[in-house]
Design a protein around this ligand. Structure first.
Ligand code: ATP
Ligand code: MG
Length: 184
C-alpha cells in the first residue's frame, strides 16, 4: 500500500488554511485540495508491503516518544513545479526547524527498520492546490495563524478514486514534556 507520514492540523491553523484556500478561488485556476485532507508530509514512503506496515507504525512511535507538541505559525505561499501546473502551498513562519527535526527523527526511525522514503530535502508546507496556474504572478495574501501541531499520523493514500483519499492507519499524540523528567 501507498504510505506517508504527516502531521495533521488542528484549529486555528486549519481555519486559516481554509481561508487562504478560499481566497485562492478568486484568482488561481487548478485543483483544490479538500480541507479534510490538509496535512504536512514528513516522509513519503510510497508502496510498502502489508507485512511492513507495523514497522512504519513502530518507527512513528519511536520518533515521537520524546517529541513535545510543536508551536508553529503559518507563513507565505509558495509553489513547486512548472508555473502552469504548480503545487501551490502555504508554508510556515515559525516552527520550521522543529518540524525539520521531527521529519529527521521519523526518517531515521524508518531507515533503522529498513524502510525507505523519498529523501528530497524537507520543506514544511501544506498543499492547497495542485495543477495550479500561477503564471499571472497574482496571489492573495495568505491568512496566517499561530497554533500547535500535536498529531503525527501514518496515512495510507488511495489514488484509485476521483480524488485522493488518505486513511489514517496509526495516530500518535505528541505529549508535553514532563518538567520533572526534563530535569533528570
Ligand atoms: P495526487 O498524486 O493524485 O495528486 P497526492 O499527491 O495528494 O495526490 P500522494 O501522491 O499519495 O497523493 O501523496 C501523499 C502525500 O505525500 C502528499 O502530501 C504528497 O505531496 C506527498 N508526496 C507524494 N509523493 C512524494 C514524493 N515523491 N516525495 C515527497 N512527498 C511526496
Ligand atoms: Mg502525488
Amino acid at each position: 500500500m501507498r504510505l506517508f507520514v504527516a502531521t495533521e492540523l488542528s484549529e486555528p491553523l486549519f481555519e486559516a488554511l481554509c481561508e487562504t484556500s478560499c481566497s485562492l478561488r478568486d484568482c488561481v485556476r487548478g485543483r483544490f485540495v479538500a480541507p479534510d485532507s490538509f496535512h504536512v508530509t514528513l516522509a513519503f514512503l510510497g508502496e510498502v508491503p502489508q507485512a511492513q506496515v507495523v514497522l512504519a507504525q513502530e518507527a512513528l512511535d519511536e520518533a515521537c516518544e520524546l517529541q513535545p507538541p510543536i508551536e508553529v505559525a503559518l507563513g507565505a505561499l509558495g509553489s513547486f513545479g512548472r508555473p502552469r501546473k504548480s503545487t501551490l502551498w502555504q508554508g510556515f513562519a515559525r516552527g520550521v526547524d522543529e518540524l525539520g527535526g521531527l521529519a529527521g527523527d521519523v526518517r531515521e526511525a524508518l531507515l533503522t527498520r529498513g524502510l525507505t522514503y523519498d529523501s528530497a530535502a524537507f520543506v514544511p508546507h501544506v498543499t492547497l492546490m495542485r495543477a495550479a496556474d500561477v503564471t499571472s504572478g497574482l496571489l492573495p495574501m495568505p491568512t496566517v495563524a499561530k497554533g500547535s501541531i500535536d498529531t503525527v499520523t501514518l496515512f495510507r493514500s488511495d489514488l484509485s478514486g476521483e480524488r485522493p483519499r488518505y486513511e489514517p492507519l496509526h495516530r500518535v499524540r505528541l505529549q508535553p514534556l514532563d518538567p520533572e523528567e526534563e530535569q533528570r
